[in-house]
Design a protein around this ligand. Structure first.
Ligand code: PEP
Length: 245
């Protein structure tokens, strides 16, 4: 399966950072076996998409409604109009701070896929759940309730243990393998054979030094990268690692 390495710039990125977008897009061309994308703040999508035609620029969230009285929100048509080709949904930072429910995440994924956007649907457990030994059960339940029930072309799932995001802590390869195997099982149960084609990304403090071993884990089909995606010099070595056979 072609690996997907997507950057999540979170609330970082001004006009001055478009040169970094250009550097990442130019560098990614050296690794055609890897699909590379950058999910930038909504304010930067259109300028980023114009700066790097043909390179995948994504959003970090999308509303499930197609229009209406939703102050501050952005719908799928606005994203495609701005030049986005994918969207992250259900990032744990939004599930927590914006109290997004599984049902809302599912609705967002369905709206985005219906609009032709690729979707990176995030799931992951808290440190307490991991310590209690309930991580696989909790993430499986979260996934079952968040998965879109529609045509799933363009769907990817990102497993992001909350305790590993932005902390420098990375899940062990054994834990990643166990969780990705469980996620693959849920995808096959939900979609039949098509579930075997959904990419499962790992996210949580991925950087150049740990990417090679993470990409060797079974059922790791790419990565969602936060901090290390902000600069081409940090991000491109991760893409390079994904390109290794
Ligand atoms: C993320 O925000 O999705 C993420 C994985 O962040 P980081 O790589 O910084 O841990």
């Amino acid at each position: 399966m072609r690996k997907l390495v997507a950057g999540n710039w979170k609330m970082h990125g001004l006009a001055a950072d478009l040169d970094e977008v250009r550097a990442i897009a130019a560098g990614a061309q050296r690794f055609p076996s890897v699909e590379v994308a950058l999910c930038v703040p909504a304010t930067l999508i259109e300028r980023a998409a114009r700066a790097v035609p043909g390179f995948a620029i994504g959003a970090q969230d999308v509303h499930f409604a197609d229009r209406g009285a939703h102050t501050g929100c952005v719908c799928t048509a606005m994203l495609t109009d701005a030049g986005a080709s994918l969207a992250i949904v259900g990032h744990s930072e939004r599930r927590e701070a914006q109290r997004e429910s599984d049902a809302e995440v599912k609705a967002k994924a369905e709206a985005a896929l219906a609009a032709g956007l690729g979707v990176i649907l995030c799931v992951g457990e808290s440190p307490e759940v991991r310590e209690a030994g309930d991580a696989v059960a909790a993430v499986s339940a979260q996934l079952d309730a968040s998965l879109p029930r529609c045509a799933i072309d363009g769907l990817a799932v990102a497993y992001e243990p909350i305790w590993a995001i932005g902390t420098g802590k990375v899940a062990s390869c054994e834990d990643i393998a166990e969780m990705h195997r469980a996620i693959r099982g849920r995808l096959l149960a939900a979609y039949g054979d098509a579930g075997g084609q959904v990419r499962i990304l790992y996210g949580g403090s991925v950087k150049a030094s740990n990417a090679p071993e993470i990409f060797e884990v079974a059922d790791v089909d790419g990565a969602l990268v936060g901090g290390a995606s902000l600069r081409a010099e940090d991000f491109l070595p991760i893409v390079e690692a994904a390109a290794r056979p």
